[in-house]
Design a protein around this ligand. Structure first.
Ligand SMILES: [Zn+2]
Length: 301
C-alpha cells in the first residue's frame, strides 16, 4: 500500500498548502479520498494518472473536502474519458455535481455512478476479491464518514520444492493455496503446512477526517496498521475544537492508542499554527509512532 498526501490542511487553499485529498494505492487500485479544491493540479504535479482513478470516496460536503470534485469530473470529460467513475459520499453529492453539469449543459461522456451514503452505522461500500472499503461514521457539524480500507487475506504461497518432493499432482495446487491438505504420489495425506508458506499479513488503512473525539470508532478500527486522524488544533485550543467538532493532536493520539494502531498520521491542520512539529510533539506524549502528513508526502505502508 502506498499513500500520497495531495493536501492536508483545513479550510482554505493557500499558495503553499492544499485542502484535504489523498490517493491510496492498494492492490492495483488508486482510490482517491476526498477532493479539496486544487486536487486535479496536485494529481498532475505528483504524476498520478487520471485514468487509474475509478473510485472516489468523499467524507463530507464541507468545501475543503469536495470543492475539487466538480472540476475533476469536468476535466475527465474534456479529456474524453471512457471509463466508469464511482463516487461514494453523503446524500446530496449527486444533486450538487449534476446541477453544475446541467447548468453547463456538459454531461459526462463516461458513466458516472453515485453511491450516496446516509447510514449512521458502519457499512461496506466497496468489495472485490482483494479489497474491502467500509465506512467509519464520524462526529462532525454535518454528516461525515471516514473510510476503512482493508486488504483481504491472500492465498497461501506454495513451497515449490516441497510440492515437487512429495510428488503432488498439479490438479491439487489450487486447493493447496486455499489451505487444504494434499495427497502425495504414494497416496499419503500431506499436511498443508508442509507445502505452503504464510501469505503476507493483510494491511489496513483508516482515514478519519473531520471529526470530534469519538471513542466509539475504536472497535471499528481495532489493530489497524495505519490511522490517519485529523488534528485540526492543539490542546491549547480545546474549546474551539469542541465548538467546531474537530480534534486535537492529543485526542488523535488517544484514539490511535485505544485502537492499538501501528502508526498514526496527523493532518487537517488549522493554518493558524506556525510549526507542524508542535502537533507531533503533542501526539507523542500519548502515542509513539506518529508521522505528520505534508502535501506531497508519500507513505509506503
Ligand atoms: Zn469539515
Amino acid at each position: 500500500m502506498k499513500l500520497t498526501i495531495l493536501g492536508c490542511y483545513a479550510a482554505t487553499p493557500r499558495s503553499l498548502s492544499n485542502p484535504t485529498s489523498q490517493v491510496l494505492e492498494i492492490k492495483n487500485h488508486m482510490f482517491l479520498i476526498d477532493c479539496g479544491e486544487g486536487t486535479q493540479l496536485q494529481l498532475r504535479k505528483h504524476k498520478i494518472k487520471f485514468s487509474r482513478i475509478h473510485h472516489i470516496f468523499i467524507s463530507h460536503l464541507h468545501g475543503d473536502h469536495f470543492f475539487g470534485l466538480p472540476g475533476l469530473v469536468s476535466t475527465f470529460r474534456l479529456l474524453g474519458r471512457k471509463q466508469d467513475l464511482h463516487i461514494y459520499g453523503p446524500k446530496g453529492i449527486k444533486e450538487a455535481i449534476t446541477l453544475l453539469l446541467k447548468l453547463g449543459d456538459s454531461w459526462t461522456n463516461y458513466n458516472l455512478y453515485f453511491h450516496e451514503l446516509t447510514s449512521t452505522s458502519s457499512e461496506m461500500v466497496y468489495e472485490d476479491d482483494k479489497v474491502t472499503v467500509e465506512t467509519i461514521p464520524l462526529s462532525h457539524r454535518i454528516y461525515t464518514n471516514g473510510f476503512l480500507f482493508r486488504e483481504k487475506k491472500a492465498l497461501r504461497n506454495l513451497d515449490i520444492q516441497a510440492v515437487n518432493a512429495y510428488g503432488i499432482d498439479k490438479s491439487q495446487l489450487r486447493n493447496i493455496k486455499k489451505g487444504k491438505d494434499a495427497q502425495s504420489s504414494s497416496g499419503e495425506v500431506v499436511d498443508n503446512t508442509l507445502l505452503t508458506f504464510d501469505p503476507p499479513k493483510p494491511k489496513s488503512y483508516a482515514f478519519c477526517s473531520d471529526t470530534a473525539f469519538k471513542e466509539d470508532m475504536v472497535p471499528l478500527i481495532k489493530d489497524v496498521d495505519v490511522l490517519y486522524h485529523e488534528s485540526t488544533f492543539l490542546d491549547s485550543e480545546e474549546g474551539l475544537c469542541q465548538k467546531t467538532k474537530h480534534s486535537t493532536a492529543k485526542q488523535a493520539a488517544t484514539i490511535a492508542k485505544m485502537a492499538n494502531a501501528s502508526h498514526l498520521i496527523l493532518g487537517h491542520y488549522s493554518t493558524r499554527y506556525k510549526s507542524l512539529a508542535l502537533f507531533k510533539q503533542e501526539a507523542e506524549t500519548i502515542f509513539d509512532e506518529v508521522s505528520l502528513a505534508e502535501d506531497g508526502k508519500v507513505f509506503e505502508l
